[in-house]
Ligand binder design. Sequence first.
Ligand code: ADP
Length: 497
Amino acid sequence: MVTTANAEETARLALARPDLLKQAALIDGDWVGGGGAIDVLNPASGRALGTVPNLSAAATRDAIAAAHAAFPDWRARSAHDRARTLRRWFDLTMENVDDLARLMTAEQGKPLAEARGEIAYAASFIEWFSEEARRATGEIIPGHAADMRLSVIKQPVGVVAAITPWNFPAAMIARKVAPALAVGCTVVIKPSELTPFSALALAALGQEAGLPSGVLNVVTGDAAPIGDVLTSDERVAKFTFTGSTAVGKKLAARCMATVKRVSLELGGNAPFIVFDDADLDAAADGALASKFRNTGQTCVCANRIFVHESLHDAFADRLAAAAGKLRVGDGLAGDTDQGPLINAKALEKVERHVADAVSGGGRVLTGGKRQPDAGTGGAFYAPTVIANVAVDALICREETFGPVAGLIQFHDESEVVRRANATRAGLASYFYTRDADRAVRVAEALEYGMVGLNTGLISTAVAPFGGCKESGLGREGAHYGTEEFLEPKTICARVES
Ligand code: ADP
């Protein structure tokens, strides 16, 4: 059902540039509507902020056609030319950081300070890949015979289709789109239907930066019909997805019918291990940052917190005291530390996980309940710490995606590493120790794409981000991030002497 955008809700945004709130899709340089409209809600109030078009499969094909037509010119430009356009896009993103952050908080819920941080983080990918544009270097290989010369050049794969989630509505886009554009690909992106405004505002700034028509297209609407086209159209050479493991697997399988290149960034189930020689304060700070950022709705957040039995109670008390002080409320209010969950479904999952942990013997030290007084209409849940969680609890088997820290006791190193690895997920992992030998041993033994050693925050544009096992395929960020959008071509030349 489409409701009229709540004028009060939109006015509260107080954008310096109200034109950045785009309620249209971007196809071939034009802002287009059509196909009906879907509401975009503010999760802190449940009220509509505005609408975006519910595009059809045919409109999605138009966007692919535009990207396909724009590809020859964009790839033929010098890397320096593309780099300069991306650099301008980075500058414009940072110049408009406040508006972009307000839009993001309004549609996603995270506190304004976190939203500003995400815009800067998203922009850092645009900046980094503007610099990497000129480094898509190839290779000369000694010939396999006296008259043979071998070289490898790297060329853009072609049209890229990207599908992104709601938890980081700007960063998940920037780290796919920036490397793709940098190396000469063109893009069709489908942001989450829950958070399309951040994507559309970023695309508007990309246009202002000088991206030619058709180079970056944004399609909005129901996921399934759009996704069906993006994963089956022969003109799409590469599919890149961030989201749930179940949806990612399904879409990747569809891509195989036309053998698309596929990158996936899927769910995690991060272990966070506190060894008996850890700095307790640093570990509690790290757990707080890793667990409660974005209301616990990140794929890299600590999901299973293993604490050595000798420290368990002291660590639990510290973490509970710090979590209990977090101020929950509307992210647009300046003093908020934790916003709402994205919707009622997310809230119900959190409640199910907490009830299960408690029924298995867990002790709630703080939180453990909804927080309706934090605001009207939003899915607010109190920051929660549960001690003595059983290792087979739901909270340890699935991503909770909410502000709940479950603590599990362990006895020794080999046991905890085995338990940490006993999952099909393999994205982020963390551990705290001051023993140098253990630091190396455990970092090597954890079956994860990323390991945080004595830190709860690991993401940066200059290092590869991604997972092993069922957490994904490929890497984003660093020079690895450009490789995902390049096809190596071998040139084997016979030379008469
Ligand atoms: P999350 O739990 O983060 O919402 P999803 O995998 O459901 O994870 O969503 C991630 C992205 O995938 C969103 O943009 C969503 O619209 C999209 N999506 C979900 N289901 C489908 C589908 N069947 N086809 C294409 N895209 C989908």
